[in-house]
Design a protein around this ligand. Sequence first.
Ligand code: DGY
Length: 349
Amino acid sequence: SSSQTSPTRHKIVVCTDLGPTLPLLTERHDIDVVSWNEPRRCDRAWMLQNAVGASGLVVCFQNIVDREVVDAAGPNLRVVSTISVGYEHINLKVMADHGIQVGYTPDILTDAVADSAVMLALMATRRAGQSYTFVKDNQWPTFHWTPFAFCGPQISTTSFSPTRTVGFLGFGRIAHAVLKRLSAFGVTHCIYTPRPGAPDQSARDENLRSTLNLVSVAPVDLETLARKSDVLFLLAPGGEATRHLIDESFLRLMRPTSVLVNNGRGSVVDSTALAKALKEGWIWGAGLDVVEEEPQVGPEHLLVKEPKCVVLPHIGSAALETREEMARLTARNVLAGVLGERLPVGLDY
Ligand code: DGY
């Protein structure tokens, strides 16, 4: 009735595609939703213009959320909700200064990313990129089959090749899920580099070792990681602390039959050094879901041109079920944030 005060209305700006979960926001009567609907990356100018007065922002890893965005939004802004586990596109200092909550989507995507890491490892070792291109280029009809054509190193262990070491740069949830999958391939040893200053994890490692039936799980230094890994998975967060950890000197220590798989952030690898390593055969191959220069990665990119490098366009978590669940959590996070509630999954920063 007219004697009731009208409820506070909140504005949520959605800079990415929440798919079938958008109605969680649009069907509410206390919320105005402004969403970017073009089939391309959200314009920065659109974001800045529409952020004005917003209580919540929904973004993906391609939308930079910095002081300029927060200033454009103004004092109503309470929450930024990203549809990603990574958050280096969000300036946490600015968030803290303004008391803005940050929602993100860890855990949900762990299995989907682990699946794709294993896919890339298999593709890189067994030359899937090269052989797929071979068929597309109509070279099969004249192919002279030989027992050693298109061969590559085997990931699974066998009676005649009984040990395999997998290495991890970044040994968190996704790495553990990759290791679990690879234990079914008979991988025997796992090595990883702990984060600087990380507490002793020998009990956890022993638990992983025995549950997954491995010979050993152990922390090592960067040099040992390079020297010993048959398959090396990069699953570390991006940012300055990990920038170019994989550089020329690291790659020179690796084995000519080893492969590198990157499902973390492109900035961890020096692209030029990796292209050189592939060209000169310091390593066998690479499977990359992320590249430093992305999304500016065309057919002329030095890694795309390398025959033993498989490059995918950052699709690690792009499993239908997972993306829908990520979108749902992203919507629930922003909703909780604008209503002043505790986020279902918020970042502690
Ligand atoms: C993430 O979650 O951080 C991925 O890079 C995008 O899904």
